[in-house]
Ligand binder design. Structure first.
Ligand code: NAP
Length: 277
């Protein structure tokens, strides 16, 4: 079996390098049992960091996750997110309690600000810290914050992670965001690591994949996971896709592979604004 790999969050808490996303899951009753099976298979395989958000399906994803982890809450590292429109002092607490209810648990392990909105960052951080004190969340982090936003966090406030769009076609964070985070021991959590499947059919990915008897998406995932301080949260709604993604942990890209991928998907040579999906 492929060895598990872990990444340390800013506080030192160890989490799986490969987790599971859940955007668009829990929305179609006919797909529910397949999605539950996929999430549970992922937990069995050690992909036990599960990412969800109050936004996803207006709570339907959190409800699905709650059902998937019923009876095995302690095996899972649960991540959810508050919408910027709810991220004020009172709204953050109310949103967290609503997420807890949908998730069927009394604790979210990591609670993120989904993206920056109109509420001052200091107000959201203060609300997060209150939730930590009350035991409702284990820790807090951010998402979709670029370097200038991160620099505006209150002094001494260190997010556990910054969840951002990062994959072969979205390499902007390598220029400044990854180094900024690395300098503060804040791991990046790469969302849409498969570019939502749009990487399929790329000829260079196909030829690298062929040399490893792998699939192009496994190569794309192994590429994101080549850093030891990046967490990847692909979303897969079938057991077969979860198993394929898990196998990417055992795929080691050679220097030659990395050069071929660099030529096809060039690294940034200047600052690019952080992209969002
Ligand atoms: P993604 O993980 O890059 O791609 C998901 C797509 O790839 C789905 O269509 C899935 O199909 C397919 N797929 C997965 N594994 C596959 C495999 N082994 N072979 C073939 N196809 C495969 O995209 P994403 O869902 O946008 O991103 C992942 C997670 O990141 C989200 O679910 C969410 O939790 C998080 N996210 C966060 C933000 C944010 O703003 N913080 C934004 C976007 C996403 P099936 O579903 O059919 O398996």
């Amino acid at each position: 079996m492929t060895a598990a790999r872990n990444v340390a969050l800013a506080s030192g808490t160890s989490v799986p390098a490969l987790g599971q996303g859940t955007w668009c899951m829990g929305e179609e009753p006919v797909r529910r049992s397949e999605e539950l099976a996929a999430l549970r298979r992922g937990i069995d395989l050690g992909m036990s960091l599960i990412d969800t958000a109050e936004m996803y399906g207006s709570g339907a994803s959190e409800e699905l996750v709650g059902e998937a982890i019923r009876g095995r809450r302690d095996e899972v590292f649960l991540v959810s997110k508050v919408l910027p429109s709810n991220a004020g002092a009172r709204g953050t607490v109310d949103a967290c309690h609503a997420s807890l209810r949908r998730l069927g648990t009394d604790r979210i392990d990591l609670y993120l600000l989904h993206w920056r909105g109109g509420v001052p960052l200091a107000e959201t951080v203060e609300a997060f810290e209150g939730l930590v004190r009350d035991g409702r969340i284990g820790a807090w982090g951010v998402s979709n914050l670029d370097v200038d936003d991160l620099a505006e966090l209150p002094p001494g406030a260190v997010p556990e992670t910054n969840q951002v769009l990062y994959n072969l076609t979205r390499r902007g964070p390598e220029y400044d965001l990854l180094p900024w985070c690395r300098g503060r021991s804040v791991p990046v959590m790469a969302y849409s690591p498969l570019e939502q499947g749009r990487l399929l059919g790329h000829s260079v990915l196909e030829s690298v994949a062929e040399a490893h008897a792998a699939t192009p998406l496994q190569v794309a995932l192994a590429w994101v996971l080549r850093h030891d301080d990046v967490i990847a949260i692909p979303k897969a709604s079938t057991v077969a896709h979860v198993e394929d993604n898990h196998a990417a942990l055992g795929l080691h890209l050679t220097d030659e592979d990395l050069q071929a991928l660099d030529a096809a998907f060039p690294a940034p040579t200047r600052k690019l604004p952080l992209e969002m999906l």
